[in-house]
Design a protein around this ligand. Structure first.
Ligand code: BGC
Length: 462
């Protein structure tokens, strides 16, 4: 088992001007958003409660929440997705707009996360902001992300930094996205520049969020389409997007030839990781894999084929990484493709089965296949009924603890998501957050699940 360097041990935090100002501003803003209640009151529980040994997680276990730039920052105007959100015939339910204005409100969001009891924050860079035109790197935007990392450090949060979470610069998409033979080099140059500017503050770096999604989409049927996969539907959409943009090469993470995208992402991972390590060799680097708790259908199950197609190429790569992030929400019963949830099963706002035991099953599988330390970097449910989230998280963590007690090497648990945010094509309707966001006022309200999970984090115990 590899020993990871203590995250942040080698970090020297550059003093940032306006730090005091930002901190006091954020404290005032959060106090306002909490409606005058203190965090202790909001949590409604004493953090000093004695813990039962059997419920205690390993020392230095990371407890965090995750976001992704495009889903929370707002006004990511140089990105491919902003562009297609605003097409007359858009596949997006609504545009991302201001989203949660996390671009400006990150100081209070980060201090809120720390006050709740967490010790880690997973967020992503927006390549489109940092390199809005090919070859032009914005020092100001790099400084923005540096301030975010510094804010995490000031609040004793280990930053888990994702370099690419789906969205790309629009110029990159116009050149064919990940299908472009030069994509890995273009991505590696971005990784090198970003690591030079930010690397000393990073706790754990990830090259890609869910690079297996283009393959995974082949296994998911669109409801009511008699066997048409989600990827086929997106392919159809791509022609329409290209026509509207008058851009015959346009392709991105979700749209294009899934095998070519996969090969581009694999090469970009290798080159990107090498670029990061060339700047900071001791920075832990991995990636975050989308995984379902796959279970065989009673008849004609293609489970092994699915695993070979979707996970195997990436699980191989993970063996050479410092850690593997796993992102798991539910189970899939695998027949020829993924079958719909069993009749009568409880489902969430996005139609996935309520199945918290998926976390335990997936960490066991990922650890056995790779032998590297595992981090749960996304897990949660979309629901308007937060009491269901409370139950889901408690059951998910009970299962995770069982796996840890059986010596599965798990280093952290990161909930998706900190905020109710922009859920890609589904817009703002699905509620994944442990904190609610009023989109008109940007007021944050901590949900009971946030208080509950924060207390578990603070105690490092169930
Ligand atoms: C993605 C997130 C997304 C979440 C819920 C993951 O696939 O990384 O960006 O919001 O699932 O759908």
């Amino acid at each position: 088992m590899k020993e990871l360097q203590e995250p942040g041990a080698a970090c020297s935090i550059k003093p940032i001007s306006r730090r005091a100002l930002l901190q006091s501003a954020s404290a005032v803003a959060v106090a306002g958003m909490m409606g005058g209640r203190s965090f202790a009151e909001a949590r409604g529980e004493s953090p000093a409660a004695p813990t039962d040994k059997g419920k205690v997680f390993p020392p230095k276990f990371l407890w965090g929440c995750a976001t992704a730039g495009h889903q929370v920052e707002g006004n990511n105007t140089s990105s491919d997705l902003w562009l297609i959100e605003h097409l007359p015939e858009s596949i997006f339910k609504e545009p991302s707009g201001d989203a949660c204005d996390h671009y400006h409100l990150y100081p209070q969001d980060i201090s809120m996360l720390a006050d709740l009891g967490f010790n880690a924050y997973r967020f992503s860079l927006e390549w489109a902001r940092i390199e809005p035109e090919e070859g032009f790197f914005s020092h100001a935007e790099l400084e923005h992300y540096r301030r975010m990392l510094a804010a995490c450090r000031e609040h004793q949060l280990t930053p888990l930094l994702t370099y690419s979470h789906f969205s790309v610069p629009r110029w990159f998409a116009f050149k064919g996205g990940w299908q472009n033979p030069w994509a890995p080099d273009l991505y590696a140059r971005f990784c090198e520049k970003a690591t030079r500017h930010l690397g000393d503050l990073v706790g754990y770096a990830s090259t890609f969020n869910e690079p297996d999604v283009p393959q995974l989409l082949n296994w998911i049927n669109l409801p009511g389409t008699q066997g048409k996969s989600l990827i086929e539907a997106l392919q159809g959409g791509l022609g329409n997007v290209r026509r509207q943009l008058n851009a015959p090469e346009f392709a991105n993470f979700f749209m294009g030839d899934s095998k070519k995208i996969r090969d581009g992402l694999l090469a970009a991972h290798h080159k990107g990781k090498a670029a990061m390590k060339s700047v900071r060799s001791d920075m832990p680097v991995g990636f975050n894999l989308a995984m379902s708790d796959d279970q065989p259908a009673p008849e004609d199950s293609h489970l092994a084929e699915k695993r070979t197609d979707v996970y195997s190429p990436w699980l191989e790569v993970a063996k050479q990484c410092d850690y593997l992030g796993v992102q798991v929400y539910s189970r899939s019963i695998v027949g020829k493709k993924d079958l719909p949830p069993p009749q009568g099963a409880e489902t969430t706002q996005v139609g996935w089965e309520f199945y918290p035991e998926c976390v335990e099953h997936v960490v066991r599988y990922a650890s056995k296949e790779t032998g590297v330390p595992i981090m749960v970097t996304e897990n949660g449910i979309a629901t308007k009924d937060d009491s269901r989230r409370v139950e889901y998280v408690q059951r998910a963590l009970t299962g995770l603890k069982r796996a840890i007690d059986d010596s599965v090497d798990v280093r952290g648990y990161v909930a998706w998501s900190l905020l109710d945010n922009f859920e890609w094509m589904s817009g703002f309707e699905p509620k994944f957050g442990i904190v609610a966001v009023d989109l008109a006022t940007q007021r944050r309200t901590i949900k009971p699940s946030g208080a509950m999970l924060g207390n578990i984090a603070r105690r490092n115990s169930l």
